[in-house]
Design a protein around this ligand. Structure first.
Ligand SMILES: NC(=O)c1ccc[n+]([C@@H]2O[C@H](COP(=O)([O-])OP(=O)(O)OC[C@H]3O[C@@H](n4cnc5c(N)ncnc54)[C@H](O)[C@@H]3O)[C@@H](O)[C@H]2O)c1
Length: 355
């Protein structure tokens, strides 16, 4: 089996669902269920014996050691993180606690477990750390895209904490021989994305007749990766990545935020037109930019293609259409997230139980 951390969040939940759609290897899913963790993302797995959910913290060394000893995973995939940049600006400490201290404790628990495996199991074991392109800093408009050799220049408390975790993972390989892999990916989008992030926020605000807030001039450029393509990249790196290596994962879709919002509005105009016949783009409003807002990120994903033969399956046009369609088809999920009802699960279902 594999141990996934943060598997109730946006990417982790998509990964768990995809993993179990592709095969039958069981998943042990450890998630603290912060505001970003949503058990409803995994509702389709209720009663599925291949999925075991554990409510807990990657920083709880005793819990992680116990889970590793009892379930004997062949791999750990670490998605767990505080991940929202705006929140890191208002409250950086939680980011250091989970992304740095939590990763340290997870690495230490995994190292102890791995050290006790027999030689074959040790050689086959993998610790895959999921990270971000934001560790590389910001690019000027004509700079080449980030390769894996780009220096780390994190600019937000979030990206600084992720950069620190990447360094720890690297060091645990070089110092202790732990068989690690790291992936640094660009902005993901797709189903189950928390609606405070750009694309889902624009969809739900547009439908609710609310303003579509654009930071600054809206010309911040990001590379957009459909979340299921990210999941397939992680599976491929886990399967065939060279131990100790870092792989950038990107969608080859560099777009300014304002273009993204116009694309979303155009799709909604087509799929769910406004009652007054006007375009949703009329709801766009400009708001004060985020402090230290990086201007451009771009991922060079050629190493992953060259070495492991991975390429994204979706273009931006196909991926964004699927995303908008998913939000239109799942209004209950959106309503539960917005009302906070998804948090009730934590109160009603769990009192610190473990698997
Ligand atoms: N979303 C993106 O576009 C993006 C881009 C690049 C990298 N990443 C990275 O991918 C990973 C997943 O991102 P996401 O967008 O799914 O994030 P998310 O915020 O949606 O989910 C994070 C999950 O981790 C859980 N969690 C938080 N702290 C925990 C802890 N201490 N112990 C156990 N679980 C904990 C949360 O409950 C949540 O379920 C993160 O490491 C993030 O840095 C995300």
């Amino acid at each position: 089996m594999i141990l996934v951390t943060g598997g109730a969040g946006f990417i982790g939940a998509n990964f768990v669902l995809d993993w179990l759609a592709q095969g039958d290897e069981p998943v042990l899913n450890l998630d603290k269920l912060t505001y970003a963790g949503n058990r409803e993302n995994l509702a389709s797995l209720d009663g599925d014996a291949r999925h075991t959910f554990v409510h807990g913290d990657i920083g709880d060394s005793a819990l992680v050691a116990d889970l590793l000893a009892r379930h004997q995973p062949r791999a750990v995939i670490n998605f767990a993180a505080e991940s929202h940049v705006d929140r890191s600006i208002h409250g950086p400490e939680a980011f250091i606690q989970t992304n740095v201290v939590g990763t340290l404790r997870l690495l230490e628990a995994v190292r102890a477990y791995w050290g006790g495996l027999n030689a074959d199991a040790q050689a086959a074991f993998r610790f895959l750390h999921v990270s971000t392109d934001e560790v590389y800093g910001s690019l000027a408009p004509t700079d080449p895209a980030f390769t894996e050799d780009h220096v780390f220049e994190p600019n937000s408390p979030y990206s600084a904490s992720k950069a620190a975790s990447d360094h720890l993972v690297r060091a645990w390989h070089h110092t202790y021989g732990l068989p690690v892999l790291t992936t640094n990916c660009s902005n993901n989008y797709g189903p189950y994305h928390f609606p405070e992030k750009l694309i889902p926020l624009m969809i739900v605000n547009a439908l609710a007749g609310k303003p579509l807030p654009i930071y600054g001039d809206g010309q911040q450029v990001r590379d957009w990766l459909y979340v299921k393509d990210h999941c397939s990249a992680i599976r491929r790196v886990l399967e065939a990545g060279r131990v100790g290596e870092t792989y950038n994962v990107g969608g080859w879709n560099e777009k300014p935020n304002l273009d993204i919002v116009h694309t979303v509005c155009g799709l909604l105009d087509e799929l769910r037109p406004r009652a007054d016949g006007q375009s949703y783009s009329g709801q766009i409003t400009y708001v004060k930019d985020r402090p230290g807002h990086d201007r451009r990120y771009a991922i060079d994903a050629r190493k992953l293609e060259r070495e492991l033969g991975w390429k994204p399956a979706e273009t931006f046009d196909t991926g964004i259409r699927k995303t908008v369609q998913w939000y239109l088809a799942n209004p209950e999920w959106v309503a539960h997230v917005q009302s906070g009802a998804y948090r009730d699960w934590v109160q009603t279902q769990y009192a610190g139980a473990s698997a």
